[in-house]
Design a protein around this ligand. Structure first.
Ligand code: GLV
Ligand code: MN
Ligand code: MN
Length: 403
């Protein structure tokens, strides 16, 4: 499976993945998913929001056990964030068939569309639409950096953008959703465990800061005559770092757009996106408010106009305790063989499982990442740990779907 998936959307120079929603690379990932489903005799469905489902058993029977993740990536993402969950799902099904188990519930493997939000700026579009956490109107307004709207991109990929919307009946037929994911920190490396169970996802969001000044000549405009939004932006980045440090939170400006973006021109506009996350809502609110306050103070002093828009927000997710405890029980004494209970850990990364948790009992398994690096071509998981992840997922699915 990895050999076929590896070349899709991989950038020649960086070695990272550029699998953005509704592009050719995304289509190739979807074709790969279809081929995996067909090779196993599963029934492929694409829902109204473009999420893929590969079914074993009757999709309409209810109380289905669903597992899967996403195949899209951030700009120059790693090989594992998303695909490890999908590949492991198919591998776990193969393992259960090898064990000769009898399924008493329908099982589905999913590929949720546009999880990273790399193209349209909003993460988890496929699962948000399904769960009714993103309105059709708001989805129709999403635009990429070239000005292409989400409906235009979907139509160009052969999907019907007028069909998108909430899918409560489909979600009501799910009894449990389990997403396996590469860990995106070093918690498992530090405890020495190949596999962990998720406890919670930190609240997180994305805020767009538009700093507007005055374009002018870099060689002739005296420093005192400038209204340079890059300076205010830079001061805001430093403030974000400082506030996050003070609060024990995270704040990142990882993307900017500059106009006119000329080497010898003072910018007229610097647009920066703040990604901020914290263990609790109050801390997150405090950090973002402090960053905005600092930005406004600097902007006012420098004659810069500032607009701040919250582009997305995901509240804290506490995974359902009953399902989480069931996973712990199912994995007790499991083949990954540390002799200790599987650790339960929180994460600052967002996931479709977090979005779905408002509608469906959800749980997550994490597979050790020896460096913790993620959203980078250097993201890694050792083969033994991936196999331990598949075994753990198979144990969980056997316990949930084969009673
Ligand atoms: C998704 O990977 C996120 O940004 O949390
Ligand atoms: Mn990710
Ligand atoms: Mn992911």
């Amino acid at each position: 499976m990895w050999a076929e998936l590896a070349p899709i959307g991989r950038h020649r120079d960086s070695g990272g993945y550029r699998r953005y929603a509704w592009t050719g690379a995304d289509g190739d990932c979807r074709d790969w998913f279809r081929a995996q489903a067909e090779a196993r005799g599963l029934t492929l469905e694409t829902d109204r929001n473009g999420n893929q489902w590969a079914w074993l058993g009757d999709p309409l029977a209810g109380d289905a056990v669903v597992t899967g993740s996403h195949l899209d990536s951030v700009p120059d993402g790693g090989a594992f964030d998303g695909p490890l969950g999908v590949v492991s799902s198919f591998a776990a099904l193969d393992e259960l068939r090898r064990r000769g188990v009898e399924f008493t519930k329908p099982l589905a493997i999913t590929n949720f569309g546009d999880e990273e939000g790399a193209r349209f700026g909003l993460a988890c579009v496929g699962s948000r639409l399904a769960a009714g956490q993103l309105t059709v109107e708001a989805a129709h307004r999403l635009r990429d950096a070239e000005g292409v709207t989400l409906p235009q991109a979907m139509a160009a990929a052969g999907y019907d953008p007028d069909a998108i919307g909430p899918d409560p009946e489909r979600l009501a037929r799910i009894g449990a959703f389990v997403e396996l994911h590469v860990e995106q920190g070093r918690a498992l490396d530090l405890t020495g465990d190949p596999v962990g169970i998720a406890s919670a996802i930190w609240p997180h969001g994305r805020w767009r800061f538009d700093f507007r000044g005055e374009a002018n000549h870099a060689g002739t405009t005296r420093l005192t005559d400038r209204r340079d939004p890059m300076l205010t932006y830079a001061e805001t980045v430093l403030a974000a770092r400082r506030e996050a440090e003070l609060a024990g939170a995270l704040a990142t400006f990882g993307k900017i757009a500059v106009e006119p973006n000329g080497v010898n021109a003072i910018p007229s506009l610097v647009r920066g996106w703040l990604d901020s996350r914290a263990a609790d809502q109050d801390t997150l609110d405090t950090v973002v408010a402090a960053v905005e306050r600092a930005a406004r103070e600097h902007a006012e002093r420098a004659g810069i106009d500032l607009d701040v828009v919250r582009e997305s927000f995901t509240p804290v997710v506490e995974f359902q305790h009953a399902l989480r405890d069931e996973l712990s029980t199912l994995l007790k004494g499991a083949a990954h063989g540390t002799g200790r209970p599987v650790p339960v850990l929180g994460t600052g990364a967002g996931h479709d499982a977090g979005i779905l948790s408002a509608s469906v009992p959800t749980a997550m398994l994490f597979v050790r990442n020896p460096t913790g690096i993620s959203h980078s071509p250097a993201e890694h998981a050792a083969e033994d740990d991936c196999v331990a992840g598949v075994t753990a997922l198979a144990d969980v699915l056997e316990g949930l779907a084969c009673r």
